[in-house]
Design a protein around this ligand. Structure first.
Ligand SMILES: O=C(O)CCC(=O)C(=O)O
Ligand SMILES: [Fe+2]
Length: 336
């Protein structure tokens, strides 16, 4: 009798839970990954990006991609690093962070690609006066060597977690309620990205989902939607753009193909946010001075002031340093 008395409420609770899960899943819809051709305009790009959180533009700059791959390879592997086993960066993943921008002229061109910049500005300029280039990482997902097992894919994450923003409770809870975007990430395929060599995985539409606890991995366990992740396969010279709120992560290299997957990712963020990479320290002043005015402006070196004052639009660096109180001499390091 007592057992039957409990069965009804338990059954109702289970049913309620199923409905809740279904509703939650429907709200967290995984969309198709939009693909545009290289003659699409910036408005189409920005619209697709805002709708699905990610977009691929096919065949936008194959020559520059090839040149960037060659220029970075010419420098050898010096100054690149592998992530530790189980790390966010990836055990079989080689990274060249920050300084890659100075090591490749083609990377500099790609970083200021006019179509991409226009699309990124269309998305981000509603929350800031200017955008910054905050991250430049050459990322090579390598095949396992010898008898090694393939490294697992990178955990699905949101790039805005680098500012802690994916879990800020005071932000509107979803894009529909006005949650801002903090960044747009732009991954150039320097080699073909295939389903088995580590093409970036995405949950298109996750930019609209309510924030869930934990920026990535931490305490939340695998996402129920993990299996729905879409691989952004693309040919060399194609590019994938995604929002800071979009869940994504590098794929695993199965080892079926002998060569690494080479990508070059730039993250553009709201101009008033701290950039991930400190380009000013990563490369010597002479290299920074050789950058185009546009690129100098993008890394916050020169041009329009990085802060939001209307009354000041001069260079970020102001007067030359004239020496410290103990008589140390003026260094040339901060004078551009
Ligand atoms: O390499 C990739 O495909 C993505 C890397 C990435 O999302 C990251 O490190 O934040
Ligand atoms: Fe990422």
């Amino acid at each position: 009798m007592a057992a039957r008395g409990w069965a009804l409420p338990l059954g109702a609770a289970a049913c309620g839970l199923a409905v809740w899960v279904a509703l939650r899943r429907r709200k967290r819809a995984v969309l198709a990954l939009p693909r545009l051709s290289s003659d699409a305009g910036a408005s189409a790009l920005a619209a697709a990006l805002q709708r699905c959180g990610v977009v691929v533009v096919e065949g936008l700059a194959p020559e520059l991609a090839e040149q960037a791959k060659r220029e970075l390879a010419d420098k050898g592997l010096q100054g690149t690093f592998h992530g530790a086993e189980g790390s966010f960066a990836g055990h079989h993943t080689r990274r060249n962070a920050g300084k890659a921008l100075g090591e490749s002229l083609a990377a500099q061109e790609l970083a200021q690609h006019p179509l991409i910049l226009e699309a990124v500005e269309k998305v981000l300029l509603r929350w800031c006066k200017r955008i910054n280039l905050g991250t430049c990482s050459a990322i090579s997902v390598e095949p396992p060597s010898g008898n090694e097992a393939p490294a697992p894919p990178q955990v699905l994450h949101r790039d805005n977690s680098m500012w802690g923003a994916s879990t800020w409770p005071w932000l509107p809870s979803s894009s529909f309620k006005g949650r801002p975007e903090f960044s747009v990430s732009v991954m150039w395929a320097l080699s073909d990205f295939t389903a088995s060599n580590g093409a970036t995985r995405f949950l298109p539409g996750s930019n609209h989902w309510p924030a869930q606890g934990g920026a990535y991995g931490k305490g939340v366990g695998p996402l129920p939607e993990e299996a729905d992740a879409v691989k952004a396969t693309m040919a060399r010279g194609s590019v994938a753009l995604w929002l800071g709120n979009t869940l994504h992560g590098a794929g695993a290299h199965s080892g079926k193909e002998p060569s690494a997957r080479h990508g070059l990712v730039f993250i553009y963020n709201l101009g008033w946010l701290k950039p991930e990479h400190n380009f000013h320290w990563a490369m010597p002043p002479g290299v920074l001075r050789s950058f185009s005015p546009k690129l100098q402006e993008l890394i916050g070196l020169f041009g329009q002031n990085a802060v939001e004052h209307e009354w000041y639009t001069g260079p970020v660096y102001t007067q030359p340093y004239l020496g410290g109180p103990s008589g140390s001499s003026a260094g040339e390091g901060v004078q551009f």
